[in-house]
Ligand binder design. Structure first.
Ligand SMILES: Cc1cc2nc3c(=O)[nH]c(=O)nc-3n(C[C@H](O)[C@H](O)[C@H](O)COP(=O)(O)OP(=O)(O)OC[C@H]3O[C@@H](n4cnc5c(N)ncnc54)[C@H](O)[C@@H]3O)c2cc1C
Length: 376
């Protein structure tokens, strides 16, 4: 197997901070390939998450993954930045005798026929190299060349507002928060998460208006003012980073055409509220890898890849899209009566062990994996 990646050894870790909350179902998969033991010491084990109401300055509900102790060996999430996961996964891939890792190679096009696929990529010297294989898996992110070349629609929508991410060195646990917090507010909802780094830091997300100027939004005084409105601490916050990003909710019409298959953000993108994008991409990869291995061993034929599409597209539409859209609506809700109802429901769910378990099975992606297994 060949892995083609445009980044090189010298800039592989210079990626924008993104995913990092690893749900129990994903930790089980990582454990299967020896990746969990490598990333666990580099992350934070977080059994709890909170819902807060900023208007009321109150914690609404605390969810504890302990309710999943009979469902998983990992009744917690691991807060471990994507950059560390890919770094450790890359070491495993490089050490594997059957994986040919080619960094610094930019994939440009492909051709497929009845017997195989040829991918073309440019090497660091500017030459085009051809890679011949039985299948091509597009894991090139949301801007996938493969998806566009195949003319596969990317159905859904893009939110008009952008999300502002601010990274601060301040321990929010002093103020009652836990490692992961979802904070609703009719004017300015937030997510607040703890990351080990280094440096140890907390990432806080705020919505911004579509027309606001990026330079004005990310100026130090504007960031400080926003943070102090969120939590006045009587001194400036130590800001260690910031970025602004656009959020899409889209799913590819098809996950497979012939011998070419889409996985991860190439197949589906969603808001980070709920931490599902990378996790579901990892689930795609394990599902697909199992099927490709069976095909290559002669234990299954190509039709089994249709099941990959049925299973993973179902999860993308019915679980990931539905939940992430709902999560954002919940945090941004403006109607006071609906907000009250939502808060009451969250409180009731967190306090009832049966309801809490059902809620956690969905939020931790265990329910979606179990449901996908039932799809023929
Ligand atoms: C702020 C933020 C926070 C997030 N938090 C979470 C979270 O906590 N949990 C979660 O599950 N998800 C989260 N997500 C979503 C998550 O980051 C993505 O779903 C995930 O990174 C997708 O992985 P991917 O490998 O499919 O695509 P990508 O991460 O986009 O990786 C694509 C790779 O392909 C390479 N590539 C692209 N084009 C080419 C080419 N032509 N040739 C060669 N190589 C190429 C790129 O260099 C890159 O390495 C978050 C997203 C954002 C924006």
């Amino acid at each position: 197997m060949s892995v083609i990646e445009a980044l090189r050894d010298d800039n592989f870790l210079e990626q924008v901070p993104r995913a990092g909350t690893n749900h129990p179902a994903t930790l089980e998969l990582f454990d299967r390939i020896g990746l969990y033991a490598r990333i666990a010491p580099r992350g934070i084990i977080a059994p709890l998450f909170h819902y807060w109401d900023r208007r009321e300055q109150k914690r609404i509900a605390e969810f504890d993954h302990v309710h999943l102790k009979d469902d998983t060996r990992f009744p917690y999430v691991l807060q471990c930045e994507r950059i560390k996961i890919v770094e450790e996964a890359l070491k495993l891939a490089k050490a594997h005798p059957h994986i040919n890792v080619r960094l610094g190679m930019t994939f440009i096009s492909f051709e497929q026929g009845a017997d195989g696929v040829t991918a073309f990529a440019t090497n660091p010297a500017g030459e085009t190299e051809a890679f011949r294989g039985a299948y091509l898996v597009s894991c090139e992110g949301a801007r996938s060349i493969v998806r566009k070349d195949l003319g596969i629609g990317f159905e859904g929508f893009t939110y008009p507002d952008r999300t502002l991410n601010i990274e601060v060195a301040y321990d929010f646990r002093k103020n009652g928060y836990t490692e992961r917090n979802y904070i609703s507010d009719p004017d300015e909802w937030s997510n607040l998460f703890h990351w080990k780094g280094p440096p140890d830091r907390w990432r806080i997300h705020f919505p911004t208006e579509a027309h606001e100027d990026e330079e004005a939004l990310t100026r130090e005084d504007a960031l400080q003012a926003r943070l102090q409105r969120f939590l006045p601490i009587g001194k400036p916050f130590e800001i260690v980073g910031t970025n602004l990003y656009v959020v899409h909710q889209r799913v590819a019409q098809k996950f497979r055409v012939g011998r070419t298959i889409l996985a991860g953000d190439s197949a589906h993108v969603n808001s980070p509220i709920g931490a599902m994008g990378m996790n579901s991409g990892v689930h795609d990869a394990f599902n697909l890898a199992d099927k490709l291995v069976r095909i290559l061993r002669g234990e299954a034929d190509g039709e089994v890849l249709d099941r990959y599409e049925r299973q993973r597209r179902h999860v993308a539409v019915q679980h990931t899209q539905a939940q992430t859209i709902r999560n954002k609506r919940l945090l941004a809700e403006k109607d006071p009566a609906v907000r009250q109802k939502n808060n009451d429901e969250l409180r009731r769910t967190a306090e009832d062990p049966k309801l809490a378990r059902a809620f956690l099975l969905r939020s931790s992606l265990i329910a979606s994996l179990r449901e996908a297994e039932q799809i023929a």
